[in-house]
Write a protein that binds this ligand. Structure first.
Ligand code: GAL
Ligand code: ZN
Length: 665
């Protein structure tokens, strides 16, 4: 197998760097900038990210550019063998721009325009904003597109939020006109006869807001889809000049773990590489940290799955995260585990926020490579250096290496929006992500790699596809599931699946709608339980807790494997299996704890004979498959030493320690 290509130009190993703001230290540049470069190399960094919020320093007045300082920074990086991740500065705009052109500022859902301030406070539809972004991006591309330090473009920062200004409303109406063609089709898709919401003119349509219409589900979904499309369009607008001057340099924008305001699966289509910012809330308590490790693993896999490719860890804190309600320090060793975990799940970089703590500003107490003391003799620096100098050099062969996952977990942003907006069951607290993480946990504990995909992705090549709470079945998904099962795949879904179509209209003729035949069931009713109330599922001679959501289903072709123990639906099926073609489709009718999910998935994994590396007690095993074989990342997030069993051997992994195991192919 050929060695995989590194993502950023100019770096052959894992990218190691972080957000660097030398412009905050212009006056001290003779001392501080030199120290920054010296300390970066001392830590084993090979890259730094610059220019992320530098617009006011790059264009201090409209049309007057000031690149001298950035020239010096870029040259300095190059001379010191560091690759530059260079940002476009649209994440925050200069005061002069907002003052002269107020339309660039964002309008909130309450109809009020924001004042200048903060960041991410701009309208993506404003032609003025777009024109100004194009000018500054073109200047940057012309000046640095061929600079030898440049390895990667970092587009803006954490695209997020929405704007309700008249310009955005107008573009939204155009989007709807293009999507539906006619008001009649739109009215039908939105079920607008309800509460007399029929639209007779596109001009009557407003973005959903608390001061107006907030509960027409088709409207809410289309607004979210539109916000994603506007962001995609803005991103393409941003990269236009960069691609024109430097087509060889990849582009990314940094995403956020649990952010659901955008359909990242759609945004990822236009990125050359996915990157994201990871700030797990480690507690120092072993039990809680095991759960945090699992959730963080889930988010890494979510990011990997967006392109089914290695990604970049664009930001992480080497210690405290200042915006958390409790900015707890990372305990000794946590930095290394957190960083290795990212690589284990498919990251080709470990990057920090931030290189040097600012003297002022709201992030002056956020963890950093260099603290206010100014030198490198700090505990945190020691951990970064150990990671950069001792551990990273062992991982050069991992760059670009994929993860060999045979299990797919379906997470769909649009389905998540529909679940969040639905009125009924648990009123918007239906717990989609929580449920996905619960199913994910059963594989995480078994050391079975999982790829997280959305409903639009191909199902080919997976031995098992798990799609809990597929409430909305997006166009084409049910057909793909059917073909997958008929072809020999195993498919698992749960209660609350197959209720609505793309525009949130209920399927008629019985749930789970177009999946009824594949699953061989009819879900007649959905029971929501009060907190503390419980039922149980009897399966395989055992009884498991069921709570929160219990669906009353009929087996219609499927075999009932398990049944309810209590309430008026005692004895009715709670777990079913349908044989279709060469495959099988399972339905779990109620929400259960990890005990059931562990047992159920272990039995399936056993039948499928998929390789598993069970850890337990906070021991996580992830795999990357490279040119010479596989690397097993065995990471112990627990406070006890664990024995990892491999081919009859027992390998001790100390508390908060790790083992990297090479297996030849
Ligand atoms: C990120 C952001 C960075 C910095 C960091 C602090 O969300 O992109 O600019 O604010 O948080 O944790
Ligand atoms: Zn706007």
């Amino acid at each position: 197998m050929k060695r995989f290509e590194p993502i950023a130009k100019g770096v052959s190993g894992i990218l190691h760097g972080g957000d660097y703001n030398p412009e905050q230290w212009l006056k001290w540049k003779d001392g501080i900038w030199k120290e920054d470069l010296r300390i970066a190399k001392e830590a084993g960094l090979n890259s730094l990210s610059v220019g992320i919020f530098s617009w006011a320093m790059l264009e201090p007045e409209e049309g007057r550019f000031c690149f001298d300082w950035l020239d010096e920074v870029m040259d300095g990086l190059h001379k010191n063998g560091l690759t530059a991740v260079l940002a476009t500065p649209s994440g925050a705009r200069p005061a002069w721009l907002a003052q002269k052109y107020p339309e660039v500022l964002r309008v909130r859902a309450d109809g009020h325009r924001n004042a200048f301030g903060g960041r991410h406070n701009h309208c993506l539809s404003s032609q003025v904003y777009r024109a100004k972004v194009k000018i500054i991006n073109t200047e940057l591309a012309r000046r640095y597109g061929k600079h030898p330090a440049l390895g990667l473009w970092h587009i803006s920062n954490e695209y997020s939020g929405e704007c309700h200004c008249p310009l955005c409303q107008a573009v939204f109406r155009e989007y709807l006109r293009a999507k539906y063609g006619s008001l009649e089709a739109l009215n039908e898709a939105w079920w607008s006869a309800f509460w007399s919401h029929r639209y007779t003119d596109f001009a009557q349509i407003e973005a959903p807001s608390p001061r107006g219409e907030n509960d027409t589900h088709g409207l809410t979904l289309d607004w979210k889809r539109f916000t994603t499309e506007q962001t995609v369009d803005f991103y393409l607008h941003e990269i236009g000049p960069l691609k024109a001057c430097a087509p060889q340099i990849p582009c990314t924008t940094n995403l956020m773990a649990g952010y659901t305001g955008l359909d990242y699966a759609r945004l990822a289509e236009v990125l050359d590489v996915v990157s994201w910012d990871n700030y797990p809330q480690w507690t120092g308590s072993s039990e809680k940290d095991e759960q945090i490790a699992l959730e963080t693993g889930y988010f890494h896999d979510l990011m990997y799955g967006l392109k089914k490719k290695p990604f970049l860890l664009m930001e992480s804190s080497p210690s405290a995260t200042n915006w958390r309600p409790v900015a707890k320090l990372h305990r000794p060793g946590v930095h290394i585990l957190q960083s290795l975990q990212a690589i284990a799940h498919g990251a080709d970089s470990v990057q920090y926020f931030q290189m040097r703590k600012g003297r002022g500003g709201s992030e002056k107490f956020h963890g950093a490579v260099i603290d206010h003391v100014g030198h490198e003799n700090t505990r945190v620096f020691g951990e970064i250096k150990k990671f950069g100098r001792e551990i990273l050099p062992q991982l050069d062969h991992i760059v670009g290496a994929p993860k060999p996952a045979k299990v797919a977990l379906v997470h769909d942003y649009v389905n998540g929006w529909a679940i969040e907006g639905m009125r009924g069951a648990l009123q918007g607290e239906t717990g989609y992500t929580k449920t996905l993480m619960a199913h994910y946990g059963a594989f995480w504990r078994q050391g079975v790699p999982v790829e997280i995909i959305d409903q639009g992705a191909s199902l080919e090549g997976y031995a098992l596809v798990v799609a809990p709470m597929s409430y909305m079945l997006r166009e084409g998904f049910a057909d793909r599931v059917k073909a997958y099962v008929e072809g020999g795949g195993r498919f698992v879904t749960s209660y609350f699946s197959g209720y609505v179509n793309d525009t949130d209209l209920c399927f008629l003729g019985g749930f789970p709608g177009p999946l009824k035949e594949v699953l061989g069931i009819w879900a007649e009713e959905l029971d929501a339980l009060y907190p503390g109330d419980e039922n149980a599922i009897c399966w395989n001679g055992k009884q498991y807790r069921a709570f929160e959501l219990c669906e009353l289903i009929h087996a219609q072709g499927a075999e009932a494997l398990g049944s309810y123990a209590g309430d008026f639906y005692a004895g009715r099926p709670a777990l079913t299996a349908m044989t279709l073609g060469k495959g099988k489709a399972y339905y779990i009718a109620a929400r259960t704890g990890a005990d059931f999910l562990d047992d159920f998935y272990q039995s399936l994994l056993g039948e499928l004979k998929l390789p598993a590396y069970p850890g337990g007690g906070g021991l996580s095993v992830q795999i990357r498959a490279h040119e010479k074989g596989e690397t097993l990342f065995v990471i112990n997030f627990g406070a006890q030493e664990r024995l990892f069993k491999l081919d009859g051997e027992e390998i001790p992994v100390e508390a908060h320690g790790f083992a990297l195991i090479e297996r030849k192919s």
